[in-house]
Design a protein around this ligand. Structure first.
Ligand code: CA
Length: 365
């Protein structure tokens, strides 16, 4: 698998550098007529939504190029083929061959699912990629999804998110009490234990829910995406950092029979194209978030605030409690939580003298 991955990554790099791809008159066409595959991909995002929604579109284009048109993938936005949060069942049952979404939407299917998106106060994007691809995470993920007839791949990372949009100042943990907030995954569990009410809803429903008072607060992603949804029009305070989603991994899910039916080279293309898109999304957010934040603050008058340390400390304490409780109830969650916690401990240790030390060093006068 690794050898195959290396070869196809080289092809991918050529593609990324703009090298000419074989076309219908190229050397590949000389081989026997290849079977063509037409797949459907359902997503949890509005069609072409910046970053989240463009990632599966870019994936489909890349797969088509790498396969010289042998595998084409039609991307459906939320609600176009199935509702935003029903991709798991749709792909599991073969209604679509693929999906693009967040594993934490599926915590009702299997309690370990959210751990493959993000843990509150867990791994950042760089660390999630390290854990998944070199720390045993992907093996656990495949094991978890196998009974559901699904093959998972990492499908993007937003980097550290924002804590969210509020119309109330958050000065102490008590200020969270009574708030109804859109906050999915384990962050939502933590928020509820801190005295709020957590609601999970697809991104496209948030604006109206905030506007009509169905919810009081929301988190979504970060400046680039939040600006696109216009949350500055309905909320005054924009809090950071995104303790609830420090490095969320999105997922591509593939129906197992559909994947198994592909020849080995097309399977490898799925694997490396998802790996490329996984990194590409982080690159895009890294490039665009600050300009969007500047626009939110300077043009739209958003009140940008840090969560107080005492609030973060209490949320971190509850987060550890939630993870431990879930692990004690389910042996598979225990394995995943132990794996993530061990990875976090070693990367925190090393990052003290690498990332953290360097962030400090470049700010010295
Ligand atoms: Ca989020």
């Amino acid at each position: 698998m690794h050898k195959l991955l290396g070869i196809t990554l080289a092809a991918l790099l050529l593609a990324a550098c703009g090298a000419e791809q074989p076309n219908s008159s190229g050397p590949h066409a000389a081989a026997e007529p290849a079977e063509r595959y037409e797949w459907k991909l359902v997503t949890s995002w509005p069609k072409n939504f910046p970053g989240l929604g463009t990632a599966p579109e870019n994936f489909a284009k890349l797969v088509e190029r790498l396969s010289a048109g042998r595998l084409t993938i039609k991307v459906f936005g939320a609600g176009q083929l199935v509702p935003a949060l029903e991709g798991f069942d749709a792909v599991s049952q073969g209604v679509a061959e693929m999906g693009h979404d967040g594993a934490y939407y599926w915590k009702g299917k299997t309690p370990a699912a959210p751990f493959f998106t993000t843990l509150p106060f867990g791994l950042n994007a760089q660390e999630m990629n390290g854990w998944l691809h070199y720390g045993g995470g992907m093996e656990l993920w495949r094991e978890l999804y196998a009974p559901f007839n699904l093959v998972p791949f990492a499908g993007g990372n937003t980097g550290v998110q924002m804590a969210g949009w509020f119309n109330r100042e958050i000065n102490s943990i008590d200020d969270l009490k009574g708030l109804k907030m859109r906050i999915p995954g384990l962050g939502g569990e933590v928020f509820s234990r801190a005295g709020g009410t957590a609601v999970s809803m697809a991104g496209g429903e948030i604006y109206t829910a905030m506007q009509t008072g169905v919810i009081d607060a929301t988190e979504w992603v970060g400046p680039y995406n939040d600006l696109a949804f216009g949350f500055h029009q309905i909320a005054q305070y924009y809090y950071y950092p995104g303790w609830q989603e420090p490095g969320p991994t999105l997922e591509f899910i593939v129906n197992k029979q559909a994947f198994d039916a592909l020849p080995a080279d097309l399977q490898a293309i799925i694997e490396v194209a998802s790996r490329a898109i996984n990194q590409d999304m982080l690159d895009e957010y890294t490039a665009r978030n600050n300009a969007a934040l500047t626009e939110l603050v300077e043009q739209h008058g958003v009140d940008l605030r840090p969560l107080p340390d005492d609030v973060l400390r209490e949320l971190a304490r509850i987060s550890a409690e939630v993870v431990e409780e879930l692990a004690s109830q389910d042996p598979f969650v225990r394995r995943v939580a132990d794996s993530i916690n061990a990875f976090k401990a070693q990367s925190m240790q090393y990052h003290q003298i690498s990332e953290e030390a360097y962030y400090r060093a470049r700010k010295l006068d």
